[in-house]
Each structure stands twice: as structure tokens, then as C-alpha cells.
Design a protein around this ligand. Structure first.
Ligand code: SAM
Length: 275
């Protein structure tokens, strides 16, 4: 009948609201990543024995048929993940899509999410932000993502595992520059919760002190707005690049990118001809 995504604590068991407990108690079945872990959570919340079914990244697609059958039979199907909001860097997204496509009601019982918790703890601008989750682990996927983030103006929120945090800070510093402000939010809502704030370069100086345990949310400041340039400045910038050996076409593209203005305008200013 209804698919309900239920947020669960990201560390502190007190962060399980009454509505989440009631929904888990009423559900006919609870889909979870790890049945033992969720079993312990339910026990701590006083929810008596439930039918728990493992749905994780590796079998989510294969479990869709079973979930749709249960919804057709009128069941209330709850989805939780190991921690935080299901569907966000955790299983759930595909189930929601499949249930919604079949016309079933989808509800959410919201709970904590490390992304939003880390963002608001960071002290960086929250007005516009982009969730990046885990960066691709290696290869061109990682390089291209980092290059794309260099010009991102919104605050960026990333997840990272503790043993990869220094590698990721190193790569962020080389792609975005060491001056970029960053916040490392660790063990949120837990006993050893801490949020360190500084620049990427400063973070790397203290890389040796970075605690290789615990989970991290990395929040990175967006790129500065491109400088506001007048017509003379744009034309001079193109002329300078051309005098250094750049083709007019490449110089126009570079200047348009740096100043954040249309290529057509730069071309017309630099050449005196319509683009
Ligand atoms: N769906 C979850 C959510 O909404 O927060 C995120 C799941 S993702 C698989 C796990 C990642 O979230 C961790 O590697 C870490 O980056 C971040 N995370 C989870 N709990 C955290 C905590 N208590 N403190 C800091 N980061 C946490």
C-alpha cells in the first residue's frame, strides 16, 4: 500500500523521533541494509520482533519485484539504512522510483542526515549548496569530477571514509587551491563529535593529526565569483594571451571562462568584429 522511508540516527540513538518508532512498529516489513544492526536499533526503541529483509546496494534492483508485490498486497513497507536518511548515498532511491512509477504512495519520516548536519555545522554559506556524496575513487572519473568542482560556486558537501580523508583533501587542494575554506565534521552527534574549520592547505599541514577513525563530512566553500571586468580589461586580457602565443580562439575562451562572460562578447571586444 505505502512505501515509507524512515530516517534513523547517525550516531546518537536519542535522534529517533516518536513518529519513526511508531512507523517501524506499524510496518509489515522493514527493509534494511544490515538485519542485525537494524534489529538492535528496533530493540533499543522498544519495537518488538519485525520481519526484517536485507536490501543493500548490491541487491536493491533485484528486490524491487518483491517490494512491489508486498505493496500490491496492501502492506506498509518501511525502508531504513544503517544510519541517516535512506536513499541518500544509501539504498532507497530505486525503490522510491519503482513504487512511484506503479502509483503507490511514498512517504518519508525525516530524520538526521550527515550531509545537512555537517553543512550547518561548517559555518560555510548554506544558502546554495550541492551534495556530492562520495567522490569517484580513482581514475578519470575522479579527475574530471574534481576539475568540475573547481569552478563550483555553491558550497559543496562530500562524504568520505576515514582512511581516505587525507587523499581526498590532497586532491581537493590541488584541484581547488589550498586557500579554499573547508570544514571537516567528524563523528557528528556522537561522543567525540568535532568540526574543524580552516583552509585545505591548513588541513593538509595537520594531516598527520587527522584522526583515521570516525566518519567525515567534508564541506568545501564554493569558488569566488569571477571578477567583474570592463570592456577594456577583457580586450587587454585577450591581447596579453595572444602576445604570449595563444590563438585568438583559445584566448577568447580562456578570458570568457575566467571573467564569467559570454565568449561572443569577448570575441567582439577583442577583434572589433561580430562573432
Ligand atoms: N544516508 C546517510 C545520511 O543520510 O547521512 C549517509 C550514508 S553514507 C553510506 C555514510 C557516510 O556518511 C559516511 O562515510 C560519512 O561520510 C557520513 N556520515 C555518516 N554518519 C556520520 C557522522 N555521524 N559523522 C560524520 N559523517 C557521517
Amino acid at each position: 500500500m505505502t512505501l515509507v522511508l524512515v530516517g534513523t540516527p547517525i550516531g546518537n540513538l536519542e535522534d529517533l523521533p516518536p513518529r519513526a518508532v511508531r512507523t517501524l512498529a506499524e510496518a509489515d516489513v522493514v527493509l534494511c541494509e544490515d538485519t542485525r544492526r537494524t534489529g538492535r536499533l528496533l530493540q533499543a526503541a522498544g519495537v518488538s520482533a519485525k520481519k526484517l529483509i536485507a536490501v543493500h546496494d548490491h541487491n536493491e534492483a533485484g528486490q524491487i519485484g518483491m517490494v512491489l508485490d508486498r505493496l500490491r498486497n496492501g502492506e506498509l513497507v518501511a525502508v531504513v539504512s544503517d544510519a541517516g536518511m535512506p536513499g541518500l548515498s544509501d539504498p532507497g532511491e530505486r525503490l522510491v522510483r519503482a513504487a512511484a512509477d506503479e502509483g503507490f504512495e511514498v512517504q518519508v519520516v525525516p530524520g538526521p542526515s550527515a550531509a545537512v548536519t555537517g553543512l550547518v555545522a561548517s559555518g560555510l554559506p548554506t544558502g546554495r549548496f550541492v551534495f556530492e556524496g562520495f567522490l569517484p575513487r580513482s581514475g578519470s572519473g575522479r579527475t574530471e569530477r574534481l576539475a568540475a568542482l573547481a569552478d563550483e560556486r555553491r558550497t559543496m558537501v562530500l562524504y568520505e571514509a576515514p582512511h581516505r580523508i587525507v587523499r581526498t583533501l590532497t586532491d581537493l587542494a590541488s584541484a581547488l587551491g589550498g586557500d579554499r575554506r573547508v570544514a571537516l565534521a567528524r563523528e557528528l552527534t556522537k561522543l567525540h563529535e568535532e568540526t574543524w574549520r580552516g583552509t585545505l592547505a591548513e588541513a593538509l599541514v595537520r594531516a598527520g593529526d587527522i584522526e583515521p577513525r570516525g566518519e567525515y563530512v567534508v564541506v568545501v566553500d564554493g569558488a569566488d565569483a569571477p571578477p567583474v571586468a570592463g570592456d577594456d580589461e577583457l580586450a587587454a586580457a585577450v591581447a596579453r594571451l595572444v602576445s604570449e602565443g595563444c590563438s585568438t580562439r583559445d584566448a577568447v575562451a580562456e578570458v570568457a571562462n575566467v571573467y564569467g562572460v559570454p565568449k561572443r562578447r569577448v570575441y567582439e571586444l577583442a577583434t572589433g568584429r561580430p562573432a
